[in-house]
Design a protein around this ligand. Structure first.
Ligand SMILES: Cc1cc2nc3c(=O)[nH]c(=O)nc-3n(C[C@H](O)[C@H](O)[C@H](O)COP(=O)(O)OP(=O)(O)OC[C@H]3O[C@@H](n4cnc5c(N)ncnc54)[C@H](O)[C@@H]3O)c2cc1C
Length: 474
């Protein structure tokens, strides 16, 4: 067995690990990453990048078939699914080489294989023993497979279908797709497949899609998706699956009791941290009931020489499973681990988006969350048809809601469903970060006509009937 000594051993090689390794190199230290799948982890190989690539392609096909402007003839664009998948793999390979592989070099090394602690200060990966005084657990998360009778006996997909260079990559377009679960992955991929002509049914146990979001968003998005031809069954649960000739039958119980004949099943029932088989107990690292590594605000685990960041910490320290959170925190963890400094993470304001069309983007608290935290709050909701840009380009679908503290009028949260919402939300996030009040959004000049004006209009709606504004939201 070969032994190597570095300053920081990192379990994982996703965006969290890379940010940490780069920070280590900036500090003049050496870091070794480990990877049991593909270098770069989930985001680049099977998450953000492939999904956003394919979703945009399906958007082009959809927009051509359903032009919003009278005077433009609908066109049925011909497409080749395998070619779409091939170009997706090409984009991923290019990006992985440029942003990940090329970073590995002088001070940063990467080792293939499953890493696990074999000693307090040593991790084994393949036949290499990596020794260090400092460790970072950044092993990310994987699809959680809800227990479903018969699932062991049928082929099914998870969000790993977007992967490349791995067996579970989907290479053919499904004819009839049942998606178990109604969260962000189900909605993004459901709309993607539907726009390519797949008959999609989403089965969601709670009363609405996006149950933890503002109710208006889920309700409006549901209408939009249903109009596009997606079937959404709420208060309904996939209870069992079984082989049915060439396809699969999904037995659904609840509000809608039915049997769905499907060519493919996608299980999108959440994600779980990758913490088993890491030998965490050998190092003295504790996990919670969900299997997430427990960390403090400095991302230090229960072992004084081990830090953790990214998806693997789940919602500890109010974190969220998203690439920018892991990337920023990976840097903080490496800095704390290698410099002896005590930087804290700040997870109070994390904007996030769902890349459906129109997009969903949220930051801060919903009305319900604000009330649960004891805020006396005031809220306003405005439909996108009040936003000049949305009207001008004939895309008035959606809604925006602002939640503010009643007395101080400090903005606590913004939720938007609408064109470009994932871009607009950053201004709201910065506002919340800096303690902006409703009046700050009212007093701001906005480029006219932009979707960002939605923020000014919803802020104005606290004091005015916004259906009576002239242009420029005044
Ligand atoms: C379909 C999908 C779409 C997404 N879209 C977005 C989006 O648009 N925007 C966004 O911000 N986020 C998105 N995410 C979430 C985002 O991908 C993750 O939050 C992010 O990749 C987490 O990074 P990480 O470095 O913490 O973990 P990962 O990227 O998961 O990296 C950890 C790596 O460690 C490896 N590993 C695990 N155990 C071991 C071991 N024992 N030894 C060695 N290696 C190990 C894993 O295989 C993995 O490759 C999406 C996720 C999915 C699934």
């Amino acid at each position: 067995m070969q032994t190597q000594r570095v300053d920081l051993v990192i379990l994982g090689s996703g965006s969290t690990a890379f940010a940490a390794a780069i920070r280590a190199a900036e500090l003049g230290k050496t870091a070794a990453m480990t990877e049991n799948r593909t270098l770069g982890g989930t985001c680049v190989n099977r998450g953000c990048l492939p999904s956003k690539n394919l979703i945009a392609a399906a958007g082009i096909i959809h927009d051509a078939a359903y032009p919003r402007y009278p005077g433009i003839e609908p066109a049925r664009l011909r497409f080749n699914f395998s070619e779409l998948i091939r170009q997706k793999d090409e984009v991923i390979a290019y990006y992985r080489d440029k942003k990940y592989q090329s970073i590995v070099g002088d001070r940063i090394s990467a080792f293939e294989g499953s890493a696990r602690f074999v000693d307090r200060n040593a991790v084994q990966v393949g036949d290499v023993r990596l020794e260090a005084q400092r460790f970072l657990v950044a092993t990310g998360s994987r699809p959680f497979i809800a227990p479903l009778e018969g699932l062991d006996d049928v082929p099914f997909m998870t969000s790993d279908l977007l992967t490349s260079q791995e067996e579970m990559e989907l290479k053919e377009r499904p004819e009839l797709l049942t998606i178990v679960g109604g969260g962000y992955i189900a909605l993004e991929l459901g709309q993607f497949f539907s726009r390519l002509g797949t008959r999609v049914t989403i089965v969601e146990p709670s009363g609405r899609i996006l149950p933890n979001y503002e109710p208006d968003l889920g309700a409006t998005l549901r209408e939009i998706l249903e109009e596009e031809g997606i079937t959404i069954l709420t208060r309904s649960k996939a209870a069992a699956v079984r082989k049915d000739g060439e396809g699969i039958s999904v037995e659904v119980v609840g509000d809608v009791a039915t049997t769905l004949r499907s060519s493919h099943v996608l299980v999108a029932t959440g994600r779980v941290p990758n913490t088993e088989k890491l030998g965490l107990d050998v190092a003295g690292v504790r996990t919670n009931k969900q299997g997430a590594v427990i960390v403090d605000e400095e991302l230090k685990t229960s072992a004084p020489h081990v830090w953790a960041a990214g998806d693997v910490i789940g919602s500890n320290t109010d974190s969220q499973m998203a690439t920018p959170v892991g990337a920023q925190d990976g840097g903080v963890a490496a800095l704390n681990a290698l410099s002896g400094e005590h930087h804290k993470v700040d997870h109070r304001v994390i904007p996030r988006a769902i890349f459906t069309d129109p997009e969903v983007a949220v930051v801060g608290l919903t009305e319900k969350q604000a009330a649960e935290r004891g805020y006396g709050c005031a809220c306003r909701t405005v439909k996108m048809d009040q936003v000049p840009r949305a009207q001008a380009v004939r895309n008035p679908r959606g809604v925006i809601k602002m939640v503010a503290e009643r007395e101080s009028r400090r903005v606590l949260g913004v939720s938007m469903l609408g064109m470009d919402a994932a871009e607009v939300i950053h201004e709201a996030a910065m506002g919340i970060r800096l303690g902006a009040k409703v009046e700050d959004f009212v007093g701001m000049f906005y480029v006219y006509p932009t979707m960002s004006e939605a923020l000014k209009i919803v802020a104005l709606s606290f004091t005015k009937d916004v259906s009576k504004l002239s242009c420029c939201a005044e």
